[in-house]
Design a protein around this ligand. Structure first.
Ligand SMILES: Nc1ncnc2c1ncn2[C@@H]1O[C@H](COP(=O)(O)O)[C@@H](OP(=O)(O)O)[C@H]1O
Ligand SMILES: CCc1ccc(OS(=O)(=O)O)cc1
Length: 286
């Protein structure tokens, strides 16, 4: 286990989960079907929370599936060797996850009607979440300090490259009827309405008790205790340090507890410069 990167078409990808030849095959031959649902996020945006919600929509709130099957088997990452090998032989409709920037996603996505949900989060919170998660993981390059990780993040020397580029790339899909943009912040502020919005996008209907069960079983508290979702299964493979979990705090604005005044000002400046061309309403935290 090296915890380094492979540089794939200029993007740093974790070398413990991504195998270049397998990713190349996925990019050239994977065919998305109209019935598939694809979750796309930059890492640490709340990916696994959204997966849990989509699994519970699919099971109509019944928690059996999320309590018995690891989260990475329920909605495999297409760019990972493990995930691609599951997906390529699986009967559809598929639930698929990806952190890939738009230029690396298999091209068949653009000619299919597969429904894509893109989840955005305040990059300052993503930075803090990534810093803590990669510090306890043994499969991603470990930062020595938040100061160092801050620099890596700004430069895009982190898994899946620059957050700023990721957003710009995927925003070219904005307005397409099979593309839904959500934010972690709205999901936290009003989970019920946001789940209803997802159901509407997917053409699904949940009865009130099914929705209540979904909300309970995808809550931070319940996910934290679900070993199929909280990443503690990785302990057996020494991929995550003992007691380490995906579920850290699950809040918005935690960056304020870690950024220095100078870092906050520097980040604001870079954000304004790099995101000036993106409509503000996409960033509910600004
Ligand atoms: N049910 C839930 N409610 C709120 N936040 C959740 C959640 N499940 C996961 N998260 C948060 O999502 C982040 C992980 O994102 P990803 O799944 O993309 O790796 C972590 O953020 P924090 O580290 O800020 O707590 C984690 O706590
Ligand atoms: C094993 C599934 C998994 C876990 C963590 C990952 O990290 S990140 O989301 O890319 O930062 C990826 C895949």
């Amino acid at each position: 286990m090296s915890g380094g990167y492979i540089w794939f078409e200029g993007i740093p990808l974790p070398d413990t989960t991504v195998v270049p030849e397998v990713l190349r095959e996925a990019l050239e031959s994977f065919v998305f079907k109209d019935e598939d649902v694809v979750i796309v996020t930059y890492p640490k945006s709340g990916t696994n929370w959204l997966i849990e919600i989509l699994c519970l929509i699919s099971s109509k709130g019944d928690p059996k599936w999320i309590q018995s099957v690891p989260i990475w088997d329920r909605s495999p990452w297409i760019e990972n060797e493990y995930g691609y090998n599951l997906l390529k032989d699986k009967e559809g409709p598929l639930l698929i996850t990806s952190h890939l920037p738009i230029q690396l996603i298999p091209k068949s996505l653009f000619s299919s009607k597969a429904k894509v949900i893109y989840l955005i989060r305040n990059p300052r919170d993503i930075l803090v979440s990534g810093y803590f998660f990669y510090s306890i993981s043994n499969f991603i390059k470990k930062p020595e300090s938040l100061e160092q990780y801050f620099e890596w993040f700004i430069q895009g020397n982190v898994p899946y490259g620059s957050w700023f580029d990721h957003i710009h790339g995927w925003m070219s899909m904005k307005g397409k009827e099979n593309f839904l943009i959500l934010s972690y912040e709205e999901l936290r502020r009003d989970t019920r309405s946001t789940v209803q919005k997802i159901c509407q996008f997917l053409g699904k209907k949940l009865e009130p008790e099914e929705l209540n069960s979904l909300l309970k079983n995808s809550s931070f508290k319940v996910m934290k205790e679900n070993k199929m979702s909280n990443f503690t299964l990785l302990h057996a493979y020494h991929l995550l340090e003992e007691n380490g979990s995906l579920m850290r705090k699950g809040i918005s604005g935690d960056w304020k507890n870690y950024f220095t005044v100078a870092q906050a000002e520097a980040f604001d400046k870079i954000f304004q410069e790099k995101m000036a061309d993106v409509p503000r309403e996409l960033f509910p935290w600004e």
